[in-house]
Design a protein around this ligand. Structure first.
Ligand code: ADP
Length: 545
């Protein structure tokens, strides 16, 4: 007896065989049918599907033989897998490889053998489909042809078996994911018939999957009026008729798209629930539509939170307005007693200066100074609080006009400091001219005030942005450290003591409000000791939403 050589790619061959996960599996009709056919067509009492493991041949299917496996060194198939086509042994007793093989000399007394290698896609031969007889004989060309075909069918079955097991495993995973998701997940056929109704859907809607799957479309859980309204909207938007049924849910998902929007689901008990529903098309790799999948989410809490937020925002607006109103009235009413204090202090100063002692003169000076500061503070506070309550005027303003007015209001300081001020070309923009004068006056006023020891040099420019104009007031003054560039716009936030630079800390907060009322932004850039630039944007008419 001659032992078969090991195939040159034995370890890869074994790996391929193991990847089919078929060794020692129970008998399966699909394979037994093929063996039976082989035995009938080849007219042999024995037919086997033999798989060559490391040291045994194991039979996945067998006709006419009891043994489940034999040692590999005895197997005819060990020889057959060395060839690429059917191996035929007409009479084993005449063949040196098999003459003294115990399977020839003893049970089952093999004389005739024909084995078709079972070739995997990677070219490895995993075993054979073989037919065996106890008497010497041959096979007709037709029988050999049939054996080849059946051998290929055995491999096909092995592939199908492993693929369907993989599919079953994946589908179990998918099912578990589907059922553990808190969201409602519903899938449908391309026509809309429900194919999956997840646990999340059952919980949210009160229907059991079995009640809906294969029976109806998701229209059953929708508000017909809402669906009709959406279909009408889509008809207009897409320029084609969209039926007020299933099509309204998926019209936008066609062609691989998806749509996420709010819908109202209606539960089995008739109660309604707001949801955020994402609908996507499911297609195979060739683009054929397999169906649609809708995922949801109950947004009742979100809706409540949104309503709470809106209520809070409204309350905040109201209380802000109340506060502004209060500040406006309070600062207005403070002016009157303040005028009285200032008036009498002034009188006291003029009448009694030099007639009391030196300290009294100093005290009167302090009091007058304090009253003056209070007057400025109240004036600025009044201006600040009035912005919110003021009826907003909007007219086309040539921006050079508010700048001229601001410069006019500041002319004494400008002359005193011999400031050099340049104004670039200005556009006309729709805005409130009084507020813009105030805005420029504050920014130019600061540029003059924080000029340092040098002659103030100020440049006012405008440039076009996207949907907006950006105005800038640049100075060469003392500058601002980076870390304060945002905080300076907060009310009362100042970086210097009153002795260093007078002021109330309201100016930039006022600027911010004016700009924001116009729908713009304000920000500053600066380098300490080199100067600052204050920019603000105002939307153009096409930039306003
Ligand atoms: P005020 O000028 O009354 O102090 P503002 O609100 O106008 O108040 O400004 C806040 C602070 O921002 C100022 O106290 C100053 O420290 C800083 N600041 C504003 N403008 C300039 C500027 N052009 N250069 C340097 N610092 C500035």
């Amino acid at each position: 007896m001659m032992r078969a050589a090991l195939p040159p790619n034995e370890s890869a061959r074994l790996a391929t065989l193991l990847s089919f996960d078929i060794l020692d599996s129970p008998a399966e009709t699909e394979f037994d049918d093929l063996t039976r056919l082989a035995s009938q067509i080849c007219e042999t009492p024995i037919a086997l599907i033999s798989l060559i493991d490391a040291d045994r041949q194991w039979f996945k299917s067998r006709v006419g033989l009891d043994a489940g496996a034999t040692p590999r060194e005895l197997a005819f198939c060990s020889h057959a897998i060395l060839a690429d086509d059917v191996m035929v042994v007409q009479n084993a007793t005449d063949d040196v490889r098999f003459a003294d093989n115990p399977l020839v000399e003893g049970d089952p007394g093999i004389r005739f053998y024909a084995g078709m290698p079972l070739t995997a896609k990677d070219g490895n031969h995993m075993g054979t489909l073989c037919v065996i007889d106890r008497v010497p004989r041959t096979l007709s060309a037709m029988q050999i042809g049939a054996l080849r075909t059946l051998g290929r069918q055995v491999v096909r079955q092995m592939e199908l078996r492993i693929a369907s097991r993989r599919l079953a495993r994946e589908s179990a995973f998918r099912q578990t994911i589907l059922n553990s998701a808190a969201e409602s997940i519903i899938s449908t056929t391309p026509e809309g018939i429900i194919t999956t109704f997840s646990r999340g859907s059952e919980k949210l809607l009160g229907y059991k999957a079995a009640e809906l799957v294969g029976k109806c479309t998701p229209a059953i859980i929708h508000d017909p009026a809402e669906v009709a309204a959406h279909a009408a909207r889509l008809t207009e938007e897409l320029g084609r008729p969209v039926e007020p049924g299933f099509e309204a849910f998926v019209a936008k998902a066609h062609g691989g798209g998806s749509e996420t929007r709010e819908w109202t689901y209606i539960r089995r008990d008739g109660t309604r629930v707001p949801v955020l529903l994402s609908v996507s098309e499911v297609a195979d790799e060739k683009g054929a539509v397999l169906g649609f999948i809708g995922v949801a989410r109950d947004i009742t809490e979100l809706k409540c939170a949104q309503a709470d937020l809106e209520r809070l925002a409204a309350e905040l607006t109201r209380s802000n307005r109340d506060l502004e109103h209060f500040a406006s009235i309070a600062s207005h009413d403070l002016q009157e007693p303040l005028r009285m204090v200032t008036g009498y202090m002034d009188l006291l100063g003029r009448r009694y200066r030099g007639r009391l002692d030196a300290q009294a003169d100093e005290f009167i000076g302090f009091a007058l100074d304090g009253a003056k500061r209070m007057k400025t503070l109240i004036r600025d506070l009044l201006a600040y609080s009035r912005i919110g309550t003021r009826e907003k005027v909007c007219e086309s303003v040539a921006m050079s006009r508010p700048i001229d007015l601001a410069l006019e209001n500041l002319k004494l300081v400008i002359a005193e400091k011999q400031a050099e001020i340049s104004v670039g070309p200005m556009p006309a923009i729709s805005a409130d001219p009084v507020l813009l004068t105030q805005l420029f006056q504050n920014l130019i006023g600061n540029a003059l005030k924080f000029a340092g020891k040098e002659t103030p040099r100020i440049a006012i420019t405008a440039r076009r942005g996207e949907g907006e104009w950006i105005f800038s007031v640049a100075d060469k003054g003392i500058g601002i450290e980076d870390k304060y560039l945002v905080r300076i716009f907060e009310i009362f936030h100042r970086l210097h003591s009153r002795e260093e630079y007078p002021g109330t800390g309201i100016g930039l907060a006022l600027c911010k409000r004016i700009v924001e009322i116009h729908g713009g932004r304000i920000w500053a850039e600066s380098e300490p000791h080199r100067g600052s630039v204050f920019h603000f944007s105002l939307p153009t008419d096409e930039g306003k939403d």
